[in-house]
Design a protein around this ligand. Sequence first.
Ligand code: AP5
Ligand code: MG
Ligand code: ZN
Length: 215
Amino acid sequence: MDIILFGPPGAGKGTQAKAICDKAGIPHISTGDIFRKNLKEGTALGKLAQSYMSKGELVPDEVVCDLVTDRLAQPDAAGGALLDGFPRTEVQAKLLRDWLREHGRDIDLVISLEVPDDVLVRRLSGRRTCLACGATYHVDYNPPAVEGVCDVCGGQVVQRDDDREETVRARLATYHRDTAAVLPWLSEHVRVVAVDGTRSIDEVRRAVLAALEPA
Ligand code: AP5
Ligand code: MG
Ligand code: ZN
């Protein structure tokens, strides 16, 4: 099953991804996580992506699309994948659908997490992320057991560079300008399940997993 987990920055995509992947038996492909891993490793891709991410802008479509199709072609994704943070433009959405169809697959489901901007700003400004494994926390809503230490791997938990207030505002503006319009396009072509993402993490998880049941 190929699933898109859609939603604005801070909607809870990363938070809900693992439960979906476990239930559907598919790998998690987060374009943002791939860029951050590359940045940490000092690759050319990481440096290029950072020049856009630090301003809250989108990395160019050609770069992201090549990255995602290479990843989707890997053996562990042969039975499908969960795409988190992709597609973010109509060009990306069309390319994804074409690539999947050329490979005997299709976009099977879109789960759209709906959260208003004021809540997103609170979530992103309080988010903390593990430098080692990428696990996410929130200072109020989901703190690690020991402050600054990752529950999963013991790594250091810090604020993501692009979670500073001015970059958060730029990311939200980019979302409304470039990405929100992808959802109506998807709705015309694929089953979209909208989930109220303002509820607690557990309630959202239950709703998201229910979306995996056949319609
Ligand atoms: P990316 O890493 O994808 O960031 P994003 O879309 O901005 O999404 P986030 O990771 O910020 O939010 P999330 O929905 O995962 O929320 P989370 O679960 O962490 O992209 C980063 C950058 O990379 C982009 O700006 C762009 O430059 C580039 N990029 C990536 N993909 C691209 C593409 N396709 N094309 C072009 N450029 C691309 O939750 C947020 C916080 O809220 C956490 O603290 C969490 O604990 C908390 N929280 C979650 N759910 C709840 C809840 N129900 N109640 C209370 N708190 C909650
Ligand atoms: Mg994320
Ligand atoms: Zn960790």
